[in-house]
Design a protein around this ligand. Sequence first.
Ligand SMILES: N[C@@H](CCSC[C@H]1O[C@@H](n2cnc3c(=O)[nH]cnc32)[C@H](O)[C@@H]1O)C(=O)O
Ligand SMILES: [Zn+2]
Length: 432
Amino acid sequence: MATLAITGGQLLRPDGTISRADVLVDQDEGTILELGDDLAGTGDTNLDASNALVTPGFVNGHSHVAMTLLRGHADDKPLDAWLQEDIWPAEDELTPEDIRVGAELGLLEMIKSGTTAFADMYFEVPEIAAAVDTAGLRARLGHGVVTVAADEAAAREDAQTSIDVARELDGAADGRISTAFMPHSLTTVGEEYLDEFVPKAREIGVPIHYHANETTDEVAPIVEERGMRPLAYAAEKGMLEPEDFVAHGVHVDESEIELLAEAGTGVIHCPGSNMKLASGMAPVQRLLDAGVTVGLGTDGAASNNDLSLLDEARDAAMVGKLETGDASAVPAGAVAEFLTHGTADAIGLDTGRLEPGSAADLAVIDLETPHLTPPHDLVSHLAYAAAAADVKHTICDGQVLMRDREVQTLDERAVCDRAREHAVALVDRAAE
Ligand SMILES: N[C@@H](CCSC[C@H]1O[C@@H](n2cnc3c(=O)[nH]cnc32)[C@H](O)[C@@H]1O)C(=O)O
Ligand SMILES: [Zn+2]
């Protein structure tokens, strides 16, 4: 058995407290063997965590990782115009190789900012899975279905692809990859396709993930046409099960909050994207008060514009206070849960807690820097002051993905060079 010891650090425990502990990892099993006062010298390899905070690897509950190629391509527009005028035309030009290159760039950024697990909706998913396999992260992947502009044959094929991808890739990358059926949203996928394909997702036993109630423009047509709130419609379509999770949930009313709480369906809060596209402020504290499982996501890099969950954590705390007018809303402890097991639970991945037997997915945050001094409260630092560049080691499934800020599984220079070339060529093609 190969072992790894992470020694000298302060450890974020599943109950949200922080105390001194070393960690011993079984690298073959990818699990934590032991937590102890003095495990220095017990591992085959050692990572130094002195004057550092050891946390579960961060979990990104909603992303479109290959969209890194479109970072900075279209800014300062609302959702509908942004998608229709800029993003979808550029995405029409994406080749499978572009998606592989964009995914590698996104995964590089995730590793460098302490993220070890994520949920992702995109297309050419086998390319993304291959990148995840190489990079070493854990993921729940799915093919996003859009039927609005498609004829019936193309729409059914798109939905069938989402089912096939979910079936075929589940368990890939030595079990680090799981999947979901991913209709894009309740307004971009026709009812007949939900009726046909939601039961197929249930048959193969995968969760359903979709964008919901992101903007008022998405809520109004459903209320008008059907006389019911979008999430009541989702429940009627069988898309509000405990394993399912929706992105955004910005414009949800009390009846929908209750539906989510009763169903046990998770909500992935994406405050950066919601602010940038001016979509609105999700009622996160009310969701928490009602008992809804809330996670955190960056959304794609074209609406954020980075994939760092530490930025997202601070945004979540700040927006939570602004939305309620109450400075005690969405406190640091809640944000620490969003970063770790809160989001893992929402997307159904068994990670986010550091205890013997659990997944060895960890991030080590260097505290030896002015903006993380003094150490009154390290949970506060996690929520309000830490940044991506403070992450010095990242471990997933017992493997060291980054050591001393040096990524081990991807060649940083080569990935960035390739991404630059592919992104420039892509935007040129889209402009033709
Ligand atoms: N099969 C579809 C792709 C769907 S993937 C998921 C889609 O979600 C888009 N997307 C990214 N961020 C958001 C968001 O915040 N709301 C809605 N859609 C988004 C993204 O650009 C991508 O087109 C097609 O071929 O067009
Ligand atoms: Zn999205």
